[in-house]
Design a protein around this ligand. Structure first.
Ligand SMILES: [Zn+2]
Length: 128
């Protein structure tokens, strides 16, 4: 499982968050820097060069191992855009009063209560 650590590089307000993570590329860039702070390093062979595929995978130019930034995370295999997950994580970690499934469904415009409930379960497991 990929581990991420919250660093000082964390938005100070919701406005800052919205400005910074309004596009999927910004979210992927953030995950990239968390995973490889000193630049890409292939987990399989240690090579330091990769190319970015149209499927949003980082592929080692030496051994062609495919690296996903979301593999092993709660975002893995999600069909929802990554910006939805980032916003859910923002609300989950910053709202003092907490967020419940009804709130999350309305805040993100998710199609069902069940989806919001599942997302919250995943988020809560991250904090254990
Ligand atoms: Zn490699």
């Amino acid at each position: 499982m990929t581990e991420f650590t919250i660093t000082e590089d964390f938005p100070k307000s919701e406005i800052e968050f919205d400005l910074r993570f309004s596009k999927p590329e910004a979210c992927l860039d953030y995950l990239f820097k968390q995973k490889w702070p000193d630049g890409f390093v292939c987990r399989k062979c240690g090579h330091q060069h990769c190319w970015f595929s149209s499927r949003k995978l980082y592929i080692c130019t030496q051994c062609e191992h495919q690296h996903s930034l979301t593999a092993g995370t709660i975002m893995d295999s999600s069909k929802k855009p990554i910006i939805y997950w980032f916003k859910a994580m923002w609300w989950f970690t910053t709202r003092r009063s907490g967020v419940n499934a009804v709130n999350l469904k309305e805040l993100l415009g998710l199609g069902s209560y069940g989806t919001a409930w599942t997302w919250l379960q995943k988020l809560r497991r991250c904090t254990i």
